[in-house]
Structure formats: C-alpha cells, structure tokens
Design a binder for this molecule. Structure first.
Ligand code: ATP
Ligand code: MG
Length: 218
C-alpha cells in the first residue's frame, strides 16, 4: 500500500535521506522513532504527498503523483494546520459529512466536552492561526479532521505531543479502535505508544532500522 524504492530527499541541497526503502502492506501498522532532526516528519510529509522525492519512486495506494497521493491519506501533522474557519469547517474541510459523524469524531478526539462549553459550539470561528486555542485543543481538532476523512491510510506525526497523559491515552485507544484494518504510519518519541504495532523502525542517519536491533546495539 505504501512503497518507497530508493527514495532520496533533500531540502535546497541539504540531504535528509538517500536511497530509502520501505514497504507497508495494507492493514499494517508501522511506528517510527528517532532523534529530533533525523527526518521523521520529512518522511511522513513525503508519504502524505506534501513533498516529491528528489529521486526514487514513492507509490501510495497505486498513486505516484503527490496531488493524487494526498487524496488517499488522512494526516495528523506535528504542527496543527488550522484555517481561519469554524471548528466544524476545520474538521470537515469542505466535505459534506453528516453532523452525527462530526460529533462522533469529536467524541473520539476528546473535543466534545470543550466544544459544549463554547457558546457557538462547533460553529465557533477560529480566526487567523487559530488564536486563542491551546496547543492541545488545536491538536485534537487536527485528530478529529483526520478521523473524519475516513481514508484507508492514516499518517500521524506526534499526534498527542501537546496532550496530557490521560487525554493522550484515551485518544490513542479511540484511534486504535477506529483504525482496525487500516494502514497506519505513526511517528513518535514515545515507543510505548506503539504497543501492538506490526513493526517499529528507528530512523538514524537517514536509514530505517528495526527498533529492536537498534536497541540491541546500545
Ligand atoms: N522546510 C525545511 N527546509 C529546510 N530544511 C528543513 C525543512 N524542514 C526540515 N528541515 C531539516 O531537515 C532535517 C529533518 O527534519 P525533520 O523535521 O524531518 O526531523 P524530525 O525527525 O521530524 O525531527 P523532530 O523529532 O524534532 O520532529 C532537519 O535537519 C531539519 O532542520
Ligand atoms: Mg518531526
């Protein structure tokens, strides 16, 4: 479902990785850990169709064009990308989902209680750069957006980094329930959030190694 063949990527001549290979089959759940700056978010953005490989081939659900790839994946990025629209519009992103579905994903992302305290609820306007939201509120709206899209592939980059432990755990449980049978790539600094995953990699010097092997070397 996701295949990288000899994929290299550089930002304006700064090489992040070279000849990276990765195969993720339909329904597999893959975790990626690694030191800050090693290239995890860059890899996820490539798989999300936000960037194009400098060389090599990336195929996601049969697509190789970034624009077509981006339609096939749900993404929770490391930095929440909220728009100056209402909470509802930030979750549905122009699609006409039934209200019940939006309410359901709000429950899964632990947003419902907070939204219920807002005089305008889901119709609350967020303003430029979502001023006035806490980092965790913004992150939970991003999670609700990704869950609403219902793509077969879910890509998550530190999806609960701004949340307290209780919120993080209950959202991760909801994510686990709702992603049964889906393909997941989850980047995190917390390997304990990857329990039950099919494979966990450690990214190191532009190379993906099995996390267990990387631990054995220490
Ligand atoms: N837009 C950009 N332009 C130029 N260089 C960038 C850009 N984004 C990231 N980089 C560089 O690419 C490298 C990989 O960055 P990336 O964000 O992928 O790391 P990361 O593994 O996600 O780190 P973290 O754990 O801190 O989120 C870093 O050295 C970073 O400085
Ligand atoms: Mg990152």
């Amino acid at each position: 479902m996701i295949e990288l063949k000899n994929v290299s990527f550089e930002y304006e001549n700064r090489i992040v990785f070279e000849n990276l290979n990765l195969l993720v089959s339909k329904g597999e759940k893959i975790g990626i850990v690694g030191e800050s700056g090693c290239g995890k978010s860059t890899l996820l953005k490539l798989i999300a169709g936000l960037y194009k490989p400098s060389s090599g081939t990336l195929t996601v659900d049969g697509e190789t064009e970034p624009e077509l790839i981006s339609r096939k994946v749900s993404v929770v990025m490391q930095t929440s990308m909220l728009l100056p629209l209402t909470i509802y519009e930030n979750i549905t992103m122009g699609h006409k989902y039934p209200l019940e579905r939006v309410e359901e994903v709000c429950r899964m992302a632990n947003l419902s209680d907070w939204v219920a305290t807002l005089p305008e609820g889901l119709d609350t306007y967020l303003g430029d750069r979502a001023d006035g939201l806490s980092g965790g509120q913004a992150q939970r709206i991003s999670i609700a957006r990704a869950l609403c899209k219902e793509a077969d592939i879910l890509l998550m980059d530190e999806p609960t980094s701004a949340l307290d432990r209780e919120n993080a755990e209950s959202i991760l449980e909801a994510l686990e329930r709702s992603t049964k049978g889906k393909t997941v790539v989850h980047v995190t600094h917390r390997p304990e959030h990857l329990r039950g995953y099919d494979r966990v990699y450690r990214m190191e010097a532009g190379v993906l190694r099995s996390f267990a092997d990387a631990q054995d070397d220490k």
